[in-house]
Design a protein around this ligand. Structure first.
Ligand SMILES: Nc1ncnc2c1ncn2[C@@H]1O[C@H](COP(=O)(O)OP(=O)(O)OP(=O)(O)O)[C@@H](O)[C@H]1O
Ligand SMILES: [Mg+2]
Length: 308
């Protein structure tokens, strides 16, 4: 097994390209993950997030570029890399006819958890995912949130050093989403490196030390959530609600002065509002000041809106 020096990135991608026919799903991607941190991949549908994850596990093979995971060259040494990583795919692949415990045990065996510690590892995974009382239930009888938690428990059963989570909380209620955040946060606190894709801005803000914004197969911005906000969206936004004509009037007032705006349903936000001249603030009328956020950054950079 190749040893990874403590300072070496948990994963490293350089100039990685992946095409599907005419589509360049990943188009010259550079990515590093500092060990023991959580890196969020934020990007609109089709940005190449899942393809990136699949190349890290060796499920998809890059057309060009270099990939190293935990010191292993991928795909050449993907088996060794895979044994040290936990993977939660976007499309769930649980065995419906097996019980919760059996699903985890099968993976513990595949991932070579030694027989003598296997039962204890499965018990610990069940406990962590709060599924101990459902250990004997068939997967097809579980709720959506339980299935997600099982998927995560299964990925963690062999105590991986790097965890890939592809949209781990999509479609879950806030309670279950919070439970999963706690799970991920515990892993990170224990020194595990995490790469997570998400559409939920709050998830990225709460969990990720670092965020890489992806668009068309490339990283177009990278930094801590706070740095990205300060760099791209400034300090404050001034938000106005009203009928479309009123919103359009606000846009016509500020845009010629170089201020960028962002529509969200029945509202328009003027970004970098801290720099608005006082006269213009008066002219605009009643608005609400709010702190600039990561969603502003995302919309400014990709021109897309995230899910609410
Ligand atoms: N197996 C495949 N065959 C053909 N095209 C593919 C395949 N996998 C991905 N693509 C294409 O590659 C592009 C990137 O897809 P990918 O699934 O990586 O995006 P994503 O960022 O994960 O999107 P989402 O947020 O919707 O999950 C898309 O245009 C997609 O249609
Ligand atoms: Mg995806």
């Amino acid at each position: 097994m190749t040893l990874t020096p403590p300072s070496a990135p948990a994963l490293q991608m350089r100039g990685v390209v992946k095409t599907f026919g005419e589509i360049r799903a990943v188009d010259g991607l550079d990515l590093d993950l500092t060990p023991g941190t959580c890196l969020g991949l934020l990007g609109p549908n089709g940005a190449g997030k899942s393809t990136t994850m699949r190349m890290l596990t060796g499920q998809a093979i890059a057309d060009a570029g270099k990939i190293r995971v935990l010191g292993h060259d991928v795909p050449r040494e993907s088996k060794q890399a895979r044994a040290r990583m936990g993977v939660v795919p976007q499309r769930e692949n649980l065995d419906e006819d097996l019980t919760v415990r059996q699903n985890i045990t099968v993976w513990a065996t595949l991932l070579r958890v030694p027989r003598r510690s296997r039962d204890a590892a499965v018990d610990a995974a069940l406990d962590m995912a709060q599924l101990s009382d459902r250990a004997g239930s068939k997967v097809l009888t579980l709720s959506g949130g339980m299935r997600r938690r099982l998927l995560i428990a299964r990925a963690l059963v062999h105590a991986p050093e790097l965890v890939l989570l592809d949209e781990p909380t999509v479609g879950l209620d806030p309670q279950v989403r919070g439970d999963i955040w706690t799970l991920v946060d515990r892993q990170r606190s224990a020194g595990v490196s995490v790469l997570m894709s998400t559409h939920y801005i709050e998830e990225a803000e709460r969990l990720c030390d670092d965020v890489a914004v992806m668009s068309h197969g490339r990283v177009i911005a990278r930094g801590t959530p706070a740095t990205l906000v300060a760099e791209h969206a400034g300090v404050e936004a001034l938000e106005f609600f009203g009928p479309p004509a009123r919103l359009a009037q606000i846009e016509r007032t500020v845009q010629p002065q170089g201020f960028r705006t962002r529509r969200t349903g029945p509202a328009v936000s003027v970004l970098r509002a801290e720099a608005l001249p006082l006269g213009m603030v008066d002219e605009l009328g009643d608005g609400t000041r709010r702190a600039a956020n990561l969603e502003d950054v995302f919309v400014l950079l990709t021109g897309e809106k995230l899910e609410d």
